[in-house]
Design a protein around this ligand. Sequence first.
Ligand SMILES: Nc1ncnc2c1ncn2[C@@H]1O[C@H](COP(=O)(O)OP(=O)(O)O)[C@@H](O)[C@H]1O
Ligand SMILES: Cc1cn([C@H]2C[C@H](O)[C@@H](COP(=O)(O)O)O2)c(=O)[nH]c1=O
Ligand SMILES: [Zn+2]
Length: 283
Amino acid sequence: MRCITNMTSLLSLYLPPSTFLSKPSLFTRHTCTVSPLPFLSTRTTKLAMARCNGGPSNSVRSLSGGRLDAQDRSMDVMGCNGQIHIIVGPMFSGKTTELLRRVQSELSNGRNVAVVKSDKDNRYGLSSIVTHDGAKMACLALSELSSFREQFGTEAYDKLDVIGIDEAQFFEDLYGFCCNAADRDGKTVIVAGLDGDYMRKKFGSVLDIIPIADTVTKLTARCEMCGQRAFFTLRKTTETQTELIGGADKYMPVCRQHYVNGQIVVEATRIVLDVEQSATVHA
Ligand SMILES: Nc1ncnc2c1ncn2[C@@H]1O[C@H](COP(=O)(O)OP(=O)(O)O)[C@@H](O)[C@H]1O
Ligand SMILES: Cc1cn([C@H]2C[C@H](O)[C@@H](COP(=O)(O)O)O2)c(=O)[nH]c1=O
Ligand SMILES: [Zn+2]
């Protein structure tokens, strides 16, 4: 990807050196405001921006000698119409349900859609994503998103309009994938995942993509203890690793009060178990 960082190098791509050298500074001496570049058409400026955004490689190749050739002139600006939408919330808040709803809606609008999930979660097999209510959709299960294009097929990838990603917290390369898919390839990316882990710490790279997102939706579940809105996921077991696949057997959605109370109970249990275990070892 080539990125033009200043106005001088941007202009030099479009104008022969003589023209460029004869132009005065783009900043007026007194006001120091940017001139509207009257000698560049809106279209030309947009093409430059597309290139700045990592526009399609054929548009870069077809530039010759600083002038636009016929292919450039007939080309639409591509690579700028991608979107990124994020759906976060605790477990059982309906993230997968919402992802499936949006994907179905895109499908019924005639768009080409693919759904991918992490292969770390194989509770319901690897070929579909399944909600806690049992709703399903076929998907591709991967360990990393960087292999998506190749696994899906490059030709099929090029025809895709929408990519849904479930269990996004498990993908380390989420940021780079979303950037490329939306900024460079013009895809709509719908990302569903946990914003926080059972300790309420940021989970994976989900929060990192907020600055590049169009929309962020935070869903809530119902607290299993009191029925109020649940913002957090309580781990019911004493296991401490961040990644631990499971459902209602290991986790429950809770409100703030029941998260704090629940954590005290789980941590007290862990201490008792540790003491018992070391007593057994030393006996
Ligand atoms: N404690 C629970 N155990 C099992 N299912 C639940 C529980 N709480 C809610 N659900 C169901 O799970 C659905 C949401 O499932 P899903 O979309 O897979 O959520 P998420 O992807 O956020 O974990 C809810 O509509 C509800 O019917
Ligand atoms: C809180 C928390 C969750 N996980 C795992 C448990 C599940 O396999 C998924 C979340 O699935 P869902 O679609 O959001 O229900 O993530 C984990 O590994 N670590 C955690 O702290
Ligand atoms: Zn509660």
